[in-house]
Ligand binder design. Structure first.
Ligand SMILES: Cc1cc2nc3c(=O)[nH]c(=O)nc-3n(C[C@H](O)[C@H](O)[C@H](O)COP(=O)(O)OP(=O)(O)OC[C@H]3O[C@@H](n4cnc5c(N)ncnc54)[C@H](O)[C@@H]3O)c2cc1C
Length: 411
């Protein structure tokens, strides 16, 4: 390949969702350790914390598959994510913390509730139905014991984070930690690699989520897209809620504080189509209500009572902004990028783009790709962001797991 091992002095990261921010964070950390000054641009069509699936996600992170097995690199992923969340929150000045992130990090316990009859250990799990748990007839400790024995895991815990606040905190950390280098957020809609040619990056890292397959050079990536909508509810009146943990049984309910009020982030729908169709389609709140409300109220019956009111989301989200309406109902809409299912489940996708026709036409830059996080971006973004940073710094794709480099577009 004739590659030189000198680390790049300028890097352009396309996409500032969790994948892009994690790569930025780990690149900075490596550069500082190597005392290497690096100029970095993060290019995104949206503002920090407002773009892509990361801005609409429920924020649940745990190391299990829907069948209660460990997800690919689940424990390592969990550890890396915990560390990144810790660093992002610790680095904050107190006033930033109060202003922007009153509910960050919301390290509440996550319970996974599952009534899938094909699960091992189903007898004990069936006794712990979501409704029984929500009504308090089964204690959380009892449920956890049952879950642990069914999943073969000795301990069970997950996290819920406010994804948008997490992104902002991570970005603030990157800005503060840029040391001898620099980092800048560039608002730009990118259609092809030539659109960032003016930034003269020696390495480009494509972390555009669903947008990766819309990039001219990456249209052959083995990724399909699935949109998801979520709904939000606020607590009426001053009565405190009894819901202190996130509930997850196919659909999820995640309680997060928003200032003085408690909000429930509830999701998510699964909507199929080509990426172009999904981008065009955008939010459809009636569809979201139809798919979500029956399952959500079965999971947490109180949601169907007067205690909770549907609320407009605090942010209009791309790719399709929600139309202004008088209805109190509004949904958040995002698009997930998924790879095909394999023995180990759906694995993310990463690699170094081939150069020349059919690949990267940026002759002076390495072009890396990190996408395909599906519905589980939080468990893998930190770990893979770290591996990608090593690959970029050493200009060597062998730092990336071979099982994730599955595209004919990669070297
Ligand atoms: C409704 C829903 C709920 C979810 N819940 C969870 C959950 O609870 N836990 C979990 O772990 N995962 C969840 N996910 C999945 C998770 O959101 C994704 O796996 C993760 O956000 C992917 O991160 P990313 O950085 O790869 O992509 P994205 O977050 O999509 O980031 C891509 C970035 O690129 C930018 N971009 C895209 N195209 C362009 C372009 N042409 N030019 C410039 N910028 C562009 C976007 O603005 C965005 O900032 C959920 C997803 C959805 C849709």
């Amino acid at each position: 390949m004739g590659r030189i091992a000198r680390p790049p002095s300028s890097v352009c990261i396309l996409g500032g969702g969790w994948a892009g921010l994690s790569v930025a964070f780990h690149l900075q950390e490596l550069a500082s350790r190597m005392q290497h000054a690096m100029r970095m641009h993060v290019v995104d069509k949206e503002a920090v914390g407002e773009g892509g699936a990361s801005a609409v996600a429920g924020g649940l992170v745990h190391p299990f598959t829907p069948r209660a097995k460990k997800i690919w690199m689940g424990d390592a992923g969990m550890e890396a994510t915990r560390r990144l969340i810790r660093v992002a929150s610790e680095g904050r000045r107190e006033e930033d913390f109060r202003a922007a992130a009153q509910n960050f990090p919301s390290e509440i316990e996550l319970l996974r509730l599952e009534d899938d009859p094909s699960l091992a250990g189903r007898t004990s799990l069936e006794a712990f139905s979501p409704a029984a748990l929500a009504q308090g007839s089964v204690s959380q400790q009892e449920f956890r014991r049952a879950y642990s024995s069914a999943s073969g895991s000795s301990g069970w815990s997950g996290l819920s984070v406010n994804g948008r606040n997490y992104s902002r905190a991570l970005w603030e950390h990157c800005k503060r930690a840029s040391g001898g280098g620099s980092i800048e957020w560039v608002r730009r809609d990118v259609g092809g690699l030539a659109d960032v040619g003016d930034l003269q990056a020696e390495s480009v890292v494509v972390c555009l989520g669903y947008g990766s397959v819309m990039l001219r050079e990456l249209q052959g990536l083995p990724i399909k897209c699935v949109a998801g909508q979520s709904l939000e509810f606020v607590r009426r009146g001053d009565e405190p809620s009894d819901l202190k943990v996130s509930l997850l049984a196919g659909k999820y309910i995640s309680p997060l504080r928003d200032g003085d009020r408690l909000r429930l982030y509830c999701g998510a729908t699964q909507e199929h189509g080509t990426v172009q169709e999904l981008v065009r389609r955008g939010a459809d709140v009636e569809k979201a209500k139809q798919e979500l409300i029956p399952e959500l109220t079965a999971l947490y019956p109180e949601l169907g009572t007067d205690c909770w009111a549907p609320t407009k989301v605090s942010l209009s989200l791309l790719p399709c902004r929600t139309a202004a309406t008088d209805s109190p109902w509004q949904s958040r809409y995002g698009i997930r990028a998924l790879t095909s299912r394999e023995n180990e489940g759906r694995l993310p996708l990463c690699g170094l783009l081939r150069s020349g026709p059919g690949g990267s036409m940026l002759s002076n830059s390495d072009v890396w790709v990190l996408t395909g996080f599906g519905s589980r971006g939080l468990i893998h973004h930190a770990l893979l962001g770290e591996m990608m940073a090593k690959a970029v710094m050493h200009r060597d794709p062998s730092h990336l797991p071979p099982e994730l480099q599955k595209s004919s577009l990669f070297t």
